[in-house]
Design a protein around this ligand. Structure first.
Ligand code: 7XF
Length: 415
């Protein structure tokens, strides 16, 4: 079956290509509805009837464009995909059931047994697990390189290297990778470059404009933006997206996005710019407050002048994002005391929600690494990760200060 997706004729699409980010986030990809509905209908349908057997056969052959089964394409998901491609500055995009669905579908499509991946040393725990415990079993070599060191990258490329994969800022320790530099080296060596842009969102960083081939996202986070869904989005060239749709998504994982989820993400995207501005502003305030506190050993936030990545952040990101990592002087025990004393800031994994969330990577999001692997990959046991939410900034600060105060109370009791 040479399945061809491509959507039905979209001749009435409103052209937003020269408009601003917020306008594109609200309007790009929209097509005229027969009733004039502003919000696109949610096509909750598995299948689409053919007018004739011949028409169906032509769609399956790829000779005729159109939707015929929602594991391959769906009109509601299609609008989101067009909108998201416009935000990332990409030719096309694809929706998935989860961020991991997008990452796995993409890598299954591009890799074969005998190939090698170069991945940055810091990755989200399940991405690391997929490479290390998944792909490795199928004859794919994974080489971890500190991609802040471009000489190390150049030295690691071999005849079998197929692609370079990284996050920036990286989950959980906020290391930045220079997208332009790394993608330039990748391109020169005929490698595909893939950037996980979950932490930044296309509002703050657009990797494709900086030379990346593909951008992957957990849309569960800032893109959905309300902590009420699990989804993934991948963007890149039309050719690559078509290959990933037909091979990775349709046949290898089936990790397809629900039309209802596409609707929820389009609702979220309408306020992405507003929400990100607020996340960034409050995160800067939280980072400065933590940095000034006696109980805090180090704060990892690219907006701080003390950050090793501050200069890179200034030219690669339009603002510094809503994620912060920090270490307390009292290490793991102090972290536990502090986090358990919080009440407004919730102890939870995930990020990018309106609610502020805090978690302990070594025992939660990055528990897929062994302790030795965490040490090699720069994920320390004392690290705390916070997703700064949209609550009133003073309330977030007050809760954190209660948490920090609990550490000294605890010390007094112990003494
Ligand atoms: O499959 P998901 O939608 O959960 O997305 C996977 C994923 C991919 N890339 C990055 C940078 C991610 O952070 C994630 C998910 N991370 C959550 C977290 O770090 O809290 C997952 C909770 S275990």
């Amino acid at each position: 079956m040479s399945t061809h997706n491509q959507s039905n004729a979209q001749d009435s699409e409103y052209d937003t290509s020269n408009m601003g980010f917020a306008t594109r986030a609200i309007h790009a990809g929209t097509t005229n509805d027969q009733y004039g509905a502003l919000v696109p209908p949610v096509y909750m349908t598995s299948t689409f009837a053919f007018e004739t057997v011949e028409q169906g056969a032509a769609m399956f052959e790829g000779e005729l464009a159109g939707h015929f089964y929602s594991r391959i394409s769906n009109p509601t998901v299609d609008i989101l995909e067009r909108r998201f491609a416009a935000l990332e500055g990409a030719q096309a995009a694809l929706g998935f059931a989860s961020g991991m669905g997008g990452i796995t579908s993409t890598l299954w499509t591009l890799l074969s047994s005998g190939d090698e991946i170069i991945a940055d040393k810091t990755l989200y725990g399940c991405t690391f697990a997929f490479l290390e415990h998944g792909l490795r079993r199928f004859g794919i070599t994974i080489t971890y390189v500190d991609l802040q060191n471009t000489d190390a990258l150049k030295a690691s490329i071999t005849a079998t290297t197929k692609l370079v994969y990284f996050e920036t800022p990286a989950n959980p320790n906020m290391r930045l990778v220079d997208i332009k530099e790394v993608c330039k080296i990748a391109r020169k060596n005929g490698l595909i470059s893939i950037v996980d842009n979950t932490y930044s969102t296309p509002y703050l960083t657009r990797p494709i404009e900086l030379g990346a081939d593909l951008v992957v996202h957990s849309a569960t986070k800032y893109l959905g933006g309300h902590g009420d869904l699990i989804a993934g989005l991948v963007a890149g060239s039309s050719d690559l997206m078509q290959r990933i749709r037909v091979e990775g998504l349709k046949d290898m994982t089936g990790a397809v996005m629900s039309p209802l989820t596409a609707h929820q993400i389009m609702r979220g995207l309408k306020t992405l710019e507003l929400r990100m501005d607020r996340h960034c502003k409050t995160a800067m305030l939280v980072a400065r407050t933590l940095e000034a506190h006696l109980a805090v050993d180090h704060v990892f936030y690219p907006g701080l002048e003390t950050s090793a990545d501050h200069d890179l952040a200034k030219h690669q990101m339009s603002d510094f994002g809503g994620m912060i990592a920090f270490e307390l002087k009292g290490g793991v025990e102090a972290g536990r005391t502090m986090m358990n004393a919080l009440s407004l800031v919730k102890r939870a994994v995930s990020l990018g929600d309106p609610d502020s969330l805090i978690q302990h990577p070594a025992s939660m999001t990055h528990a897929t690494y062994s302790p030795q692997e965490r040490a090699q990959h720069g994920i320390t046991d004392g690290l705390i990760r916070m997703s700064v939410g949209l609550e009133t900034p003073e309330d977030i600060l007050a809760d954190l200060l209660i948490g920090l105060e609990a550490i000294s109370q605890n010390c007094k009791h112990a003494a």
